[in-house]
Design a protein around this ligand. Structure first.
Ligand code: ARG
Length: 463
C-alpha cells in the first residue's frame, strides 16, 4: 500500500496488503479505462455547463483526462494495486497532472454511478463489435449456401437418416439463427443504452446537475428515472450474457455437426490443414480442434450467465460490492463470443471442404426416399396412412432382399399397389425428392433460391 490512503480522514490505518489485493479490481477493470475517461469527460463538461465548476476548470479536467488517454494508449499508464480500481487510478493521475482542480472531478458523482456508466458504454461498443462478427459469419454461411444449392446432404431426425435436403438449406438454418442473434443484440442494446450517471451513490445529489446533458454527451438515448435502480441494475448485463449464450448454443450445434461430418463414419467434409491439428502420437489423425473448442467454450459463457444471475438474486438495494464481480463475467463472455465467431467464420470460409461425391453417395444409399413413395401413392388417391403402411412393407421386403427402394422392379412395385408406374423411379431419385419439397420454407431448390434472396437482403442491413 502507498502511504497515502484512498479514504477520508475517518480512516487512520491502511489496508492489510492481502485485503488490499482481495478488494482491488484494477487487475481486470483497466479494460474499462477508455470508457471511464469518456464518462469522466462528459461529467466534467456537465459540471462546467451547469456552473458547478467554472468553464476553465472544466476545460482543465477534460484536457487532463485526454492526456491520460494518450498515456494509456502509449502504454505509459500502468496503475497498480495501490490504486484499487480504474476510477481511483484515473482520479489520482488526473490530480497529478492538473493539480488540485483534479479533485473537483468527483463532485456530484459516486463510483457507483460511474462504474455503471462505464460498463454500459463498454457493452454498447462490444455489442456492435459482436454484431459485426455475426454479419461476417452470416456472409460466409451465405456464400457457402450459394455454392451448394443443388448439393444434397442427408437430413436427420433423431440422428437417423430422414429425408435428403439441399446443403444450402442446411447452412441457411444457421444463417437464420445468426440473424435472430443479430436482431436480439440490437434489442438488448436499447436497454444497455440508458444513463445511470448522476444517480450518485444511490439517492441522487444535492448539486444542480443536468443528467440529460451528460447522457447526450455520451449518446445515451435515455436516463434512469430512479437513482437506486440506476446504480444497481445489471439486467442489461444478464440479458447480454443470455444473448451471448444463445449465440454459443448456435455455434456449438454447428460445431457438433462439423465434428460429426469430419469423422470417418460420416466423411462429409475434409478439414484443411489451416484449421485442423494432428495428434502427438497417432500420425494418421486430423482433429477438429476448432469446433471442439467452440463447443467447449460454450460452457463458460453459460457459466457467466449463471454466475451473474446468482450474483444478483439476493442483492438488497442499492450498490453492493458484490457487483464488482460482474466485470470478469462480462469481459470473458464478450471475448469468448467474439473469438468463437471469428474462428467459425474462418473455418467455414477456408478450413473445410464438402466432399460432394461422398454426399451424393450418402443420399442415394438409404431409405430416405420412403416418404416420397408414400406421397406418390397419396397423390394418386391412396389415403396417406394406407400408403404409409404399404411403403413400410416395401421397405421391409427390400431390406430382406438386400435392395434399396430404387432397385425394386416395376413388377415388385405393382404387386404392392397397381397405381405404381414407371415414373416412380424418377419420383424417388434424390434430386427429385429434394426438388419436390417446394412448400414455403422447405428444401425444394426454388424455395432455397428464394431463401437465399431473402438472406441477402437481410444482411445488407447493418444497423
Ligand atoms: N470497483 C468497483 C466495482 O467494480 C467500483 C465501485 C465501487 N463502489 C463502492 N461503493 N465501493 O464495482
Amino acid at each position: 500500500m502507498s502511504e497515502k490512503k484512498t479514504w477520508s480522514d475517518r480512516f487512520e490505518g491502511t489496508l492489510h496488503p492481502a485485503i488490499a489485493l482481495f478488494n482491488a479490481s484494477i487487475g481486470f477493470d483497466l479494460e474499462l479505462i477508455e470508457y471511464d475517461l469518456t464518462g469522466s469527460v462528459a461529467h466534467a463538461k456537465m459540471l462546467a455547463h451547469t456552473g458547478i465548476i467554472s468553464a476553465s476548470e472544466g476545460q482543465t479536467l477534460v484536457t487532463g483526462l485526454e492526456q491520460i488517454r494518450q498515456e494509456y494508449r502509449e502504454g505509459k499508464f500502468n496503475p497498480g494495486i495501490e490504486d484499487e480500481d480504474v476510477h481511483f487510478a484515473v482520479e489520482k493521475r488526473l490530480t497529478a497532472i492538473v493539480g488540485d482542480v483534479g479533485k473537483k472531478l468527483h463532485t456530484a458523482r459516486s463510483r457507483n454511478d460511474q462504474v455503471g456508466t462505464d460498463i454500459r458504454l463498454y457493452l454498447r461498443d462490444k455489442i456492435e463489435e459482436i454484431r459485426k462478427k455475426l454479419r461476417e459469419f452470416q456472409a460466409v454461411l451465405l456464400s457457402q449456401a450459394e455454392n451448394n444449392v443443388e448439393t444434397l446432404i442427408p437430413g436427420y431426425t433423431h440422428l437417423q437418416r430422414a429425408q435428403p435436403v439441399s446443403l444450402a438449406h442446411h447452412l441457411l438454418a444457421y444463417f437464420n439463427m445468426a440473424q435472430r442473434d443479430w436482431e436480439r443484440l440490437g434489442e438488448i442494446k436499447g436497454r444497455v443504452n440508458i444513463s445511470p450517471l448522476g444517480s450518485g451513490a444511490l439517492a441522487g445529489t444535492t448539486f444542480p446537475i443536468d443528467r440529460h446533458y451528460s447522457a447526450k454527451e455520451l449518446k445515451f438515448t435515455q436516463v434512469y428515472g430512479n437513482s437506486l435502480d440506476g446504480v444497481s441494475d445489471r439486467d442489461f448485463a444478464i440479458e447480454f450474457l443470455c444473448a451471448a449464450s444463445l449465440i454459443m448454443v448456435h455455434l456449438s450445434r454447428l460445431s457438433e455437426e462439423i465434428i460429426l461430418w469430419s469423422s470417418q463414419e460420416f466423411s462429409f467434409i475434409t478439414l484443411k490443414d489451416s484449421c485442423a491439428t494432428g495428434s502427438s502420437i497417432m500420425p494418421q489423425k486430423k482433429n477438429p480442434d476448432v469446433p471442439e473448442l467452440v463447443r467447449g467454450k460454450t460452457g463458460r459463457v453459460f457459466g457467466h450467465l449463471q454466475g451473474l444471475l446468482t450474483l444478483m438474486k439476493g442483492l438488497p438495494l442499492a450498490y453492493n460490492k458484490d457487483l464488482q464481480e460482474d466485470k470478469e463475467a462480462l469481459f470473458d463472455g464478450v471475448k469468448t463470443v467474439k473469438a468463437c465467431l471469428e474462428a467459425m467464420t474462418i473455418l467455414l470460409r477456408e478450413g473445410l471442404e464438402f466432399r460432394n461425391e461422398r454426399l451424393a453417395e450418402a443420399v442415394a444409399e438409404d431409405f430416405s426416399n420412403a416418404t416420397d413413395v408414400a406421397d406418390y401413392l397419396a397423390a394418386r388417391g391412396v389415403p396417406f396412412r394406407e400408403a404409409y403402411n404399404l411403403v413400410g412393407k416395401a421397405v421391409k421386403e427390400a431390406m430382406k432382399k438386400g435392395k434399396l427402394l430404387k432397385d425394386l422392379t416395376i413388377e415388385e412395385w405393382q404387386q404392392l399397389h397397381p397405381s405404381f408406374a414407371a415414373d416412380i423411379y424418377e419420383a424417388i431419385a434424390p434430386k427429385q425428392v429434394v426438388a419436390a419439397r417446394n412448400s414455403y420454407g422447405g428444401t425444394g431448390f426454388d424455395q432455397v433460391r428464394q431463401a437465399l434472396t431473402r438472406a441477402k437482403s437481410e444482411i445488407e442491413i447493418i444497423n
